[in-house]
Design a protein. Structure first.
Length: 310
């Protein structure tokens, strides 16, 4: 469970960084029955596209490129656009640059995009997000002109009581869902995140849930989960406070421009800043690194402290 220095692993990605376990997960969520000896190559990109925490796994299997993510916070409707950018970078990694200039048709792996949602908000068993929903409306006389590009993303709810047959087909996914549910339950009872995570890990071990993994990596798992959940909670607080609308990232050159910039960039920037706060990076360094006001960083740190129970 050694994390790449350019990003921070999550428990989800640590669980499924083994190709055999990842194949079992893919078979469950895609409703396929690929044999255990099916070649699977993990090609997850090291650069951060979604947040300061690694919650995505990219891999090739059966002539496909699969980008699979775990998501606990509110689903971002810009995810298809982000995945389009991610996919382009994956293709760049897989394909020799010179081959795109050959005259014969270059066959490429078909992409497949899946988000496993286990957040606290209500969500359907499954929904589809489409890149085309982001397209600006064209004048009536322009419709039908030119080409079109579509990207569809499956969002599958894996919370307790949702898609249970699917979840049960993957032992590690089933165990992870139970672990997350225990943390939520214990946190409601105790109002202390670290204690809730520790109790959930201990009880999972006692009940035979992810036993080998949790016994081997107990301390790391507790630290990772605590940091992940603090980050998620702080982001939700930020959203409720409306800070993503430019109050934190708005520049001095104009309130109007700042609010617009916040809508476009606030979620990404917030994740990076939240991560720095969780790691106790000095407020002055955060303000300088992300070009935000020191006052805003200190206000956010105060909210994070209040909601994390420190």
């Amino acid at each position: 469970m050694q994390a790449n220095r350019e990003f921070k692993s999550t428990v989800f990605t640590a669980l499924f960084s083994d190709p055999e376990k990842l194949l079992e997960l893919y078979n469950a969520v895609s409703k396929s029955e690929l044999p255990r000896d099916t070649p699977l190559k993990i090609i997850t990109l090291d650069n951060i596209l979604f947040s300061a925490w690694r919650n995505d796994l990219a891999f090739t299997i059966a002539d496909k490129i699969v980008i699979l993510m775990e998501h606990q916070s509110t689903i971002n409707e810009n995810m298809p656009l982000r995945l389009l950018i991610y996919l382009a970078r994956v293709y760049e990694k897989l394909i020799e640059r010179t081959t795109i200039y050959q005259t014969t048709l270059l066959k490429i792996p078909r992409p497949d995009f899946i988000v496993l949602y286990n957040g606290a908000e209500s969500a359907p068993d499954e929904e589809t997000l489409r890149l085309s929903d982001a397209y600006k409306e064209l004048p009536a006389d322009a419709v039908g002109l030119g080409g079109s590009l579509e990207l569809t993303l499956r969002v599958v709810n894996i919370n307790i009581g949702r898609n249970e047959n699917m979840v049960a087909k993957c032992e590690y996914l089933h165990g992870y869902v139970q672990l997350v549910q225990k943390i939520r339950s214990y946190q409601k009872e105790r109002q202390d995140l670290t204690a809730a995570v520790t109790q959930a890990v201990d009880n999972c071990i006692k009940e035979g849930i992810l036993t080998e993994f949790l016994k081997t990596h107990a301390t790391e798992v507790i630290n990772m989960l605590t940091a992940e959940w603090k980050l998620e909670e702080a982001q939700e607080v930020w959203k409720r406070e409306g800070w993503e609308k430019g109050q934190l990232v708005g520049r001095e050159e104009g309130r109007k421009e700042g609010r617009m910039e916040g809508r476009m960039e606030g979620i990404d920037i917030s994740a990076e800043i939240m991560s720095a706060l969780v790691e106790r990076v000095p407020a002055e360094d955060i303000a300088r690194r992300y070009n935000v006001s020191l006052d805003s960083v200190e206000r956010l740190r105060a909210v994070l402290t209040m909601y994390s129970g420190e």
